[in-house]
Write a protein that binds this ligand. Structure first.
Ligand SMILES: [Zn+2]
Length: 203
């Protein structure tokens, strides 16, 4: 199984590494543009892409360690995750294992199944219902959609596997502080300005 066959369901090898480090916003929702860029405009759990849906109302900012466990604590960027509404709902107030899903600890198959290679990855997959018959079917349909577009319709392939048009310009966001200012130059918007952003991406 090569990655191009499961194209859109390629998890990142370094899913826990952060490129950006904004801090100090009073409202956690201010982190949204940073998180969109950080997580490549996809749900970190099921990998649904912004380009595949309505976007508005479809993506949440998930508190990885649930807020109910420490409601007094202001939202920290490192604890926020870009996730689709469905995954966020399923996660609810459950604690997930610390190990996020990566290309190292899961396998996705062309028939749509996902298998965890570690007990933590298996648990995450189970808690988020990522391997139910419905989710397997959804994944299989999108794998096939992307394969067909790749083989027969280049422009449609770019639509499915490309970046959204409204890339956030992080250089214009005045975060109260930023522990990783260099990340802004690596953001998708900055790369597009320099003509370095590819037409499509895996992760
Ligand atoms: Zn999701």
């Amino acid at each position: 199984m090569v990655n191009s066959d499961i194209g859109p369901f390629t998890y990142r090898p370094d899913a826990a590494a952060r490129r950006h480090g904004p801090d100090g916003y009073g409202d956690y929702r201010s982190y949204r543009p940073w998180l969109r860029d950080e997580f490549s405009f996809r749900c970190v759990y099921c990998l649904i892409r912004e380009r595949w849906g309505h976007v508005t109302g479809q993506f949440d900012l998930d508190h990885f360690v649930p807020q109910v466990r420490d409601p007094e604590q202001p939202a920290k960027y490192e604890n926020l995750i870009y996730a689709c509404h469905a995954c966020n709902l399923r996660k609810g107030d459950q604690n997930l294992p610390d190990a996020v899903l990566t290309s190292e600890n899961v396998r996705v198959y062309e028939d749509g199944r996902i298998v965890g290679l570690t007990p933590d990855a298996e648990r995450t997959i189970r808690l988020l219902w990522l391997n139910t018959p419905q989710t397997i079917q959804w994944r299989r349909i999108w794998i096939r959609n992307v394969q067909l577009a790749r083989d027969y319709d280049e422009e449609h392939f770019r639509q499915l596997m490309g970046y959204p048009d409204d890339l956030p310009d992080l250089s214009r966001l005045a975060a109260p502080s930023n522990s990783r200012p260099d990340g802004i130059q690596q953001s998708c918007h900055a790369r597009r300005e320099r003509g370095e952003l590819p037409d499509t991406y895996l992760y």
